[in-house]
Design a protein. Structure first.
Length: 368
């Protein structure tokens, strides 16, 4: 699918862009809006033909955007609705940024060139915030703009070994009489195992991720030796399994390296040798895995050693290539991104594999 224009709002490091790209979309124009300096730098480094638009509140469609846009996507700020925050919703200025999306959609509707399809993402707390009234407002606003709205809570663990529940909202012009995109998932009629089994978003064959070259890139950063990685992160890098569609019910499956097995076990109380959580220090097989956060402090026990996740592992758990956020462009210069920023970016990103699955169905159903 080619010749499309995409507007990528609250773009982060490009999870939506990457997901649509891997689903086979080709764009004539991509504009992205992101206020974080380093996330924007990573986006520019990976998608050099994209146009940087800056703060969404400063975007003037008649001045800054093309005459028509096919896809609008965005993970609008979730802190206002997150269970980990104060959940102030629309009383939080970050919560009101949804109406900036509505402002842009309204512009194109009034020009009688409505944006054909939109894909939005947020935390699951959006559904329950203010007894559901917040989400009802979002639904009503989009519906009044002429969109048929579908939504579903999707979990990254259906694709990758990370427990990350997020609501995905898809809107398209016109009423087709029945749901076109959702449900996706374990029990939906478009079950992942049937539709996506054996596929990867990278285009590599399964098993490529276990190749010697892949392991080397995973375990080493640049020319660092394994001992240096262990010293810096206190961990092993075998956390990644073939990126196939399945539900990872345990935190991390047993992973093979060369002829032996690596037993990977998440640590409940990182950096605490004595304190236990309910008398335990490690998660057991069958428990949900962790969710990546902005300051990822998760640790794993690999055989007998304990270390924190590396930035590369965090990127893999979000479906990105290993080096996706290793470099960025600032003031027209290529710069190396710090580990602190890389952890933050991974925690804030949308999962590429989830976007890819949604984008694949949108293409199959010809919603553009």
């Amino acid at each position: 699918m080619s010749g499309l224009n995409m507007l990528d709002l609250f773009s982060g490091i490009g999870g939506f862009h990457e997901g649509f790209k891997r689903a086979g979309y080709q764009f004539d124009w991509v504009g992205f809006s992101e206020i974080d300096k380093y996330a924007s730098a990573v986006y520019k480094y990976n998608y050099k033909e994209s146009e940087e638009l800056g703060d969404i509140t400063a975007i003037r469609p008649e001045r800054d955007l093309p005459d028509n846009i096919d896809i609008l996507c965005g993970g609008f700020p979730c802190q206002a609705f997150s269970m980990a925050g104060k959940r102030l919703g629309f009383d939080d200025t970050r919560g009101t940024l949804f109406f900036e999306i509505a402002r842009i959609l309204t512009h194109y509707r009034e020009k009688r060139r409505p944006i054909k399809c939109l894909v939005l993402e947020n935390v699951k707390g959006l559904l329950s915030h203010d007894d559901g009234r917040t989400f009802a407002t979002i639904y009503r606003v989009l519906n009044n703009l002429g969109y048929t709205i579908e939504f579903q809570l999707l979990n990254t663990r259906w694709w990758l070994p990370q427990n990350r529940e997020r609501i995905y909202i898809v809107g398209y012009i016109g009423d087709r009489g029945r749901p076109q995109v959702f449900p996706i998932g374990e029990d939906g009629e478009r079950n992942n195992e049937k539709r996506f089994s054996g596929k990867t978003t990278t285009g590599h064959k399964q098993g490529m991720l276990n190749s010697k070259d892949r392991r080397r890139r995973a375990m080493l950063r640049g020319s660092e030796k394994i001992e240096e990685v262990q010293r810096k992160y206190k961990v092993v890098d075998a956390l990644y399994k073939n990126r196939q569609q399945r539900d990872y019910k345990s935190c991390v499956p047993t992973l093979r390296k060369n002829s032996g097995n690596l037993q990977v076990q998440p640590v409940l109380t990182p950096n605490r040798a004595e304190k236990r959580q309910n008398g335990r220090r490690f998660k057991e097989d069958g428990e949900d895995m962790f969710t990546l956060t902005q300051q990822d402090q998760h640790e794993v026990k690999i055989n007998t050693s304990i270390r924190r996740l590396t930035p590369v592992e965090c990127m893999r758990l979000q479906g990105f290539a290993d080096n996706h956020n290793e470099y960025g462009i600032i003031d027209d210069k290529v710069v190396e991104i710090s580990d602190t920023q890389r952890y933050k970016q991974a925690g804030n990103a949308v999962t590429v594999d989830v976007v890819w699955a949604v984008a694949t169905i949108i293409k199959e159903k010809e919603l553009l």
